[in-house]
Design a protein around this ligand. Structure first.
Ligand code: C2E
Ligand code: MG
Ligand code: MG
Length: 713
């Protein structure tokens, strides 16, 4: 029973349901003449059939009908396919509030009451259709937006500031990898990796107080087993004091892609090392820094000798494998050099390094902050040694050697090109000299480095062959002229260079760590000498031994001294250790603890070269020491320079106020002696009394002096 069959499709379809034939007819006519297609049904059940068949754009339905009433029919239509959003107009009895309520519960969109004004009905229907269409459009665009956001991995959120409630769009849970996105700030922050949490919290807080929008990136917390960290871009815009809106977007893929592009442009594919472009950047940075604070840096240009043979005989895969192994050994060699070749706790700044592959078998090492060119030579030597070890490539043993050219900024150039070119030139020189070695670009630097290494080698050899000896310089008390002690001073008679001053080789011994065994030798020898003098009946005095702060920091000095005392049987009361202030420069508390451990052994401790370091008065009084040795630089011009005179006077007063003995070193003439005596300095040491003497000469000197004293008495 329909009139719709022969109608065209573009007219809107209305299903009219009423068991009252007159009502049905009136409604149909009104609607048809207003341009609608009308489908009719006489009760609720038929309405469902017709709805399925015709999929109308709107339903007008009476409430009271046989077989199935309007409420049930309406509810069923809502549940049927396509029936969710169709507008349904219910016809209820006038003033029947109950029915109106029930109609809405069944899902009706609107209602009209009987008697129906058939003239107005089409307008009502048209109006309902228009608002249904708006709702449809909105739904469609929401679906599109959701889809677009899903594709863009974009979510949006709102934050009610007063109640701290967060509202999240559907995509947010996917983005934040959280199935339980909570409703407040704390829950949001929990989805963020700990390191980044503060950043986001601060940005939100600032936006909240300043009203300023922001956009930042953070990483999500990764799962326990797998690393599924995502990188999220968050944008926020405060809308009012109470409301902030924003978006989050997963930009992991984009970031990774950017990183990949960067890696391709800046890293070598075979070894993963920085490539030439990257190296140039690093050199520019080093140049900037170097120009700013006059830091030196070095470029080591490496070329593997006979790499081509490996490629030709074992193939390119083996060649690549070799390059990778070379790069990892290079990293080791450069890193190790810093801590192994030199003690790591003296004033050596860490070398920061870049290792790059230029292509083929050429590598470059950039050593930043190389104070002395020899440091670069240390690294070069270690690299040659490391790379000379056998490589195993697919079961084949391969040996290669390396040749290295070194250029130093600023001596060898002011630009990356120049420095690289000169390192390259130096490398060719080194090849001419016979491979597996290194060469500085500048001859004078090369010469210096060679000399230093020769000296270091000789130092070690002399130590092994027991080629050092000690001299002894007496100290005398001013009040009675008695010899109170001796200072043991090391002497090195080099077969070619003659006497080398300790001022020249002690610093090298410190830098190379040789000072540790060397210092033990001095201590042992001085203790033995003292014991043999005491046994020979010389009147007792105190033997002072110099001790470098490197020894104190790097070894358990108390134990070393104890060993020397035990093995020689020397009474600790006859031993004094002279230390410089540099020990105390680094860590005062630790310095004090070390000194106390020495004092606990029962020996004397003095501060050598006092006045040249930076001892502050505040901790000087806390130091467990017995004596201050005023540095000879103050004594030198004591009688001509009023400034030095004033300093010496106040150092003597200071020592006495602190209950310390004070001694002046480097006293060469009677005027100096006169001044020191007048100022009540306790002791003196210097050429005026005696130069440092070999043991046997000192013994004679002492006997002469004692006899002189006897005669005088
Ligand atoms: P120092 O401990 O301050 O030793 C005093 C230096 O002054 C000695 O130089 C000594 O020969 C010199 N001297 C003594 N009287 C006079 C004088 O009247 N006039 C002048 N111009 N100089 C005088 P030396 O023996 O060349 O030693 C230099 C420095 O080397 C020492 O300074 C000490 O710091 C270090 N040193 C020497 N032997 C050892 C040692 O066995 N171990 C350690 N760690 N350092 C040592
Ligand atoms: Mg000394
Ligand atoms: Mg001194």
């Amino acid at each position: 029973m329909t009139t719709a069959d022969n109608q065209t499709d573009d007219r809107p379809k209305v299903l009219v349901v009423d068991d009252d034939m007159a009502g049905l007819l009136m409604a149909s006519e009104a609607l048809e003449s207003a341009g609608f297609d009308v489908i009719e049904a006489e009760d609720g059940l038929e309405a469902i059939d017709q709805f399925d068949k015709h999929n109308p754009d709107l339903v007008v339905m009476d409430v009271v009908m046989p077989r199935m009433n309007g409420f049930d029919s309406c509810a069923l239509i809502r549940k049927s396919e396509g029936g969710e959003h169709v507008p349904i107009l219910m016809i209820t009895g006038l003033d029947d509030v109950d029915s109106i309520q029930k109609a809405f519960e069944a899902g009706a969109t609107d209602f009209v009451t009987k008697p129906i004004n058939f003239f107005l009905l089409p307008y009502r229907v048209r109006y309902m259709m228009r608002s249904a269409k708006n709702a449809d459009d909105l739904r469609a665009s929401q679906i599109k937006l959701g889809k677009a956001q899903r594709i863009a991995k974009l979510g949006h959120w709102e934050w009610m500031l007063d109640s701290d409630v967060f509202l999240w769009s559907g995509e947010c849970e996917n983005i934040l990898k959280s199935s339980t996105l909570g409703e407040n700030l704390e829950h949001f922050l929990e989805t963020i990796q700990e390191d980044d949490r503060g950043l986001v919290a601060n940005a939100l807080e600032r936006a909240r107080t300043d009203g300023a929008r922001f956009n930042i990136e953070f990483r999500t917390r990764s799962g326990n087993e797998t690393d599924d960290t995502r990188i999220i871009h968050v944008e926020a815009e405060p809308e009012s004091d109470l409301h902030m809106v924003g978006t989050i977007q997963d930009i992991t893929e984009r970031t990774n892609a950017e990183e990949q592009i960067h890696n391709l442009a800046y890293y070598d594919l075979v070894t993963g090392l920085p490539n030439r472009a990257h190296l140039y950047d690093m050199i520019s940075l080093a140049l900037n820094r170097g120009n700013q604070n006059s830091n030196k840096f070095a470029l080591l240009f490496l070329d593997l000798d006979h790499f081509k043979q490996v490629n030709d005989t074992l193939g390119h895969n083996a060649g690549d494998l070799l390059l990778r192994q070379v790069s990892s050994r290079l990293k080791d060699a450069v890193r190790k050099t810093d801590s192994v070749a030199r003690p790591d706790d003296i004033e050596v700044k860490p070398l920061t390094e870049t290792i790059a592959r230029l292509g083929g078998d050429e590598f470059v090492v950039l050593l930043d902050q190389v104070d002395r060119p020899e440091d670069a030579a240390y690294v070069a030597r270690r690299i040659c040694k490391e790379l000379a070890r056998i490589f195993i490539l697919d079961g084949n043993e391969v040996r290669i050697t390396t040749t290295i050219g070194i250029s130093i900024f600023p001596a060898d150039g002011n630009t990356a090109e120049e420095l690289l070119k000169h390192a390259d030139v130096a490398m060719y020189h080194a090849k001419e000299q016979g491979r597996n070695g290194y060469q500085f670009y500048s001859q004078s630097i090369h010469q210096l480095a060679l000399e230093r290494f020769a000296l270091e080698r000789d130092l070690r050899k002399t130590l092994e062959t027991n080629g050092f000896h000690l001299e002894y310089q007496p100290k005398v008390a001013l009040k009675n002229g008695e010899v109170t002690g001796l200072e043991a001073l090391i002497r090195w008679k080099h077969p070619e260079r003659g006497l080398v001053s300790p001022a020249d080789f002690i610093p090298l011994a410190e830098e190379t760590g040789i000072i540790v065994p060397l210092g033990e030798w001095v201590l042992q020898t001085a203790c033995e000498q003292m014991v043999s003098w005491l046994e020979a009946g010389i009147p007792p005095f105190i033997m002072a031994v110099n001790c470098s702060s490197i020894q104190l920091v790097r070894t358990d000095m108390a134990k070393v001294i104890k060993t020397a005392l035990d093995s020689t049987g020397l009474n600790p009361a006859y031993l004094e250790i002279e230390l410089t202030e540099s020990l105390l420069l680094q860590d005062v508390e630790e310095g004090i603890a070390i000194l106390q451990a020495l004092k606990d052994l029962g020996l004397h401790v003095s501060i050598d070269d006092f006045g040249t370091g930076f001892s502050s008065l505040s901790y000087l009084k806390r130091l467990p020491v017995d004596k201050l040795k005023i540095d000879q630089s103050f004594i030198k011009d004591l009688t001509t320079d009023p400034g030095d005179a004033a300093i010496v006077t106040s150092m003597i007063t200071l020592a006495h106020n602190l209950d310390l003995t004070v001694i002046a070193e480097g006293v060469e003439n009677a005027e100096q002696l006169g001044f020191l005596r007048a100022e009540k300095c306790d002791e003196i040491q210097g050429y005026l009394i005696s130069r440092p003497l070999p043991a046997d000469v000192f013994a004679e000197w002492m006997i002469d002096r004692l006899e002189g004293e006897k005669k005088a008495a």
